[in-house]
Design a protein around this ligand. Sequence first.
Ligand code: GLV
Ligand code: GLV
Length: 321
Amino acid sequence: MFIYITRAVPEIVPQMLRSALPQARVEVNPHDRNLTHAEIATAARGADALVCTLADPVDAVLLQALAPPLRVVSTYAVGTNNIDLECAGRLGVRVCNTPGVLTDATAEVAVGLMLACARRFGEGERLTRAGRFEGWAPLFLRGQGVYGKTVGIVGAGRIGFRVARTMRKGFDCPILYTSRTPRPDWESELGARPAPLDDLLAQSDFVSLHCPLTPRTRHLIDAARLDLMKPTAVLVNTARGPVVDEAALADALRRGRIAGAGLDVYEHEPALAPGLANLDNVVVLPHLGSATVETRDEMGRMCAQAVIDVLSGREPAHAVA
Ligand code: GLV
Ligand code: GLV
């Protein structure tokens, strides 16, 4: 049995694999970088299981090159947009992800970005660090308050709910949300109101994106939709970069069409849209949503367990294909 891991992961992963599957050869990408498509195809040839990350393009070409004998792709992520699930299904390759364990960590980053944008943490930090803080002044770096402002949540999944609850219970924010199905728990627990996306954009002071990336959500937030937002509004994206037309966003921020944006993900990650990083009204983070020690260990446990289950002939707990 051969298990290939495309990027160094917490030690718990190889440990669990070696202890549950002592006969298996577990190999980890030795480089401190993501592998190319061709490199994965070569390194993982003959693998029964592939542990990948969200940065790996696990497309039909790669899946067809590896299966058989490939039986399971276990991604170290909740998002599965980088994997051709339909092709995996057709080839009989199970695909497993890590839902639930990164909900709190990602919600923390979304809430943090809302606060950072509204209260101008990025500008203040850059200025202070550069030795340009010249003392308290009444008109200096005034932002906008968060308390009681309307928060619009796009995508009513686990992470969206956690963000909504934090903003509702912590900051008394009225919550609007989009969802394809009615969510009585959102209404009863948070007093949240469902709204069509365009209405949500027009009415929210903060818009936080929590939908998966699918063909339907690619460029969901484009120039026309940005134009619907209030000039004082802040857009936060901790979901997937391509949900936003990033060039249109950079333009809207440059023109002051919206007040700010907090981004943890990018359309052409790790590259940023030209000029984006030069704008003062954007807070940019390097995809840190799930990046806590606890969460990354939990993700590792789930990821390893999925491989162990499939290779032992058991149904994995979190399969998306
Ligand atoms: C992070 O972005 C993930 O999908 O786990
Ligand atoms: C992801 O785990 C989500 O459901 O938001």
